[in-house]
Write a protein that binds this ligand. Structure first.
Ligand code: PLP
Length: 450
């Protein structure tokens, strides 16, 4: 694989860290090429964004047609058909209980919007004492200060703590780590009941909402709770009048093999949904909050929603999003995500024999993760100094596969890597991905003496 040359141009850009990668040239399907001719499989769909794959001609054509008409029309001056059509399509796909859509341009904006609509609903309905939003630890809901206040990721939040209102957190349902005599279903109830205990401890009339990722993203490594967790959480939220928010920024738009990650548990339906990433599939920045009429109408009746972003619902991003959803339907990509996800999951499970340091394989559809541990019996994490989560990414990158990884479990421990290719992946391409993963684990095992 060609590496970044030493003759790189100096950069005025900066991101989170100083690491540099080769400049991108072009991308098509599940592949990306750099300017040195290196081709890699996009095994993480960017950051779990490009659900329908790169450079889909149907989407590009829809965008070009919209570009020739109008790229931007401000919502206070004009309504636009692509935004209307996309809103209708999203409500159809979300199903009963979601009649209203509020567009934004990304995931943090989507979760922030949920918090603010929930708060304004409380104010509009005489529940001004409710403002606390309970979330889980670990979790990730975005990097703006509101979204960060509900994010369970200490290292990201700590420097900004004085600038945020501290929000209560309960443990994420890491039932796979528990070494007790309970069944998985009993553990699910136990974790859900932690929500009830927290609501009571905080004072139910102060609690506005509970937010969770139905299938976890990078912060937990595709954490899925036992089935019993979801309906029990719903029951508790209803009992205390707490608004249940599903953050589907990563798990939504078909990635888990259903349109919404939460669709795997019909008994756990939320009141608000935050969407982004896959609904725009990287063709345009796009996000949305899906809401019920009963929550939106009182807010509109009391003077309106005090919130909005300049680019929200712009015609170009909306046309892209609409075409993305049409491609998903026409090509049965959600079905393919379910099928290919099963295959990859089984293959990852199968690697446990050869690589006993794979402690857990989890996720749904094509939102999958493997956790690397020192001892699969005790699930003891690998020593942090080995940096296994970063090494596996770098090794695979050099072999032509992009994967995503994190340390997890809420503290600074527990390495996992995620396998989340575009939902168009074919069985032959799955073989290609798995061959590189196997090779990379082999190198990792030798390098770290695992
Ligand atoms: N929520 C979840 C579950 C996410 O995974 C992310 C991003 O990874 C966000 C929110 C924030 O999205 P964005 O980076 O588009 O602001």
């Amino acid at each position: 694989m060609t590496q970044a040359g030493s003759n790189r141009r100096p950069s005025n850009l900066f991101y989170q860290s100083g690491t540099r990668r080769p400049p991108v040239d072009r991308a098509e399907g599940i592949y990306i090429w750099d300017q040195y001719g290196g081709r890699r499989i996009d095994g993480s769909s960017g950051a779990m964004v490009v659900n329908i794959g790169h450079s889909n001609p149907y989407v590009l054509d829809a965008m070009k047609r919209q570009m020739d008409k109008a790229t931007f029309a401000y919502r206070l001056h004009y309504e636009n058909d692509p935004a209307e059509d996309l809103a209708t399509k999203l409500c159809e796909k979300a199903g009963a209980g979601f009649e209203r859509v509020f567009f934004v341009s990304g995931g943090s904006e989507a979760t922030e919007s949920c918090l603010k609509l929930a708060r304004q609903y409380a104010l509009a309905t005489g529940q001004a004492s409710r403002f606390k939003v309970i979330s889980r630890f670990p979790s990730y809901h975005g990097c703006t200060l509101g979204a960060l206040a509900i994010t369970g990721y200490a290292a990201l939040a700590a420097p900004f703590a004085p600038m945020m209102h501290e929000m209560p957190k309960i443990p994420a349902p890491t039932a796979y780590l528990d070494r007790d005599s309970l069944t998985m279903e009993e553990r699910g109830i136990r974790y859900a009941d932690m929500l009830e205990a927290e609501i009571r401890a905080q004072g139910p009339d102060t609690v506005l909402a509970f937010i969770m990722e139905p299938v976890g993203g990078a912060s937990t490594g595709a954490l899925v709770a036992p089935d019993s967790y979801y309906p029990r959480v719903r029951e508790i939220c209803s009992k205390y009048g707490v608004i249940l928010i599903h953050d589907e920024v990563m798990s939504g738009a078909g990635r888990t093999g259903r349109f919404l990650g939460g669709d795997h548990w019909p008994g756990g339906r939320p009141d608000l949904i935050a969407l982004s990433k896959g609904i725009g599939s990287g063709y345009c920045p796009l996000g949305a909050m899906l809401a019920p009429d009963w929550m939106v109408q009182p807010v509109l009746d009391k003077g309106g929603f005090l919130h909005g972003f300049t680019y929200a619902g712009n015609p170009l991003a909306s046309a892209a999003g609409l075409a993305v959803l049409e491609v998903m339907e026409k090509e049965d990509l959600i079905g393919n995500a379910a099928r290919m996800g099963e295959v990859i999951r089984d293959r990852l499970e199968g690697l446990k024999t050869r690589f006993p340091f794979i402690g857990d394989v989890r996720g749904k559809g094509l939102l999958l993760a493997a956790e690397l541990v020192a001892d699969p019996e005790t699930m003891q994490p690998l020593p942090a100094h080995l940096n296994a989560y970063q090494r596996i990414v770098d090794i695979a990158y050099d072999k032509g596969l992009i994967i995503y990884s994190r340390r997890t479990r809420g503290g600074n421990e527990g390495d996992h890597f995620l396998v989340c290719p575009p939902m168009i992946i074919t069985p032959a391409q799955v073989d290609e991905v798995m061959a590189i993963i196997e090779d990379s684990l082999d190198v990792l095992a030798r390098e770290l003496d695992l």
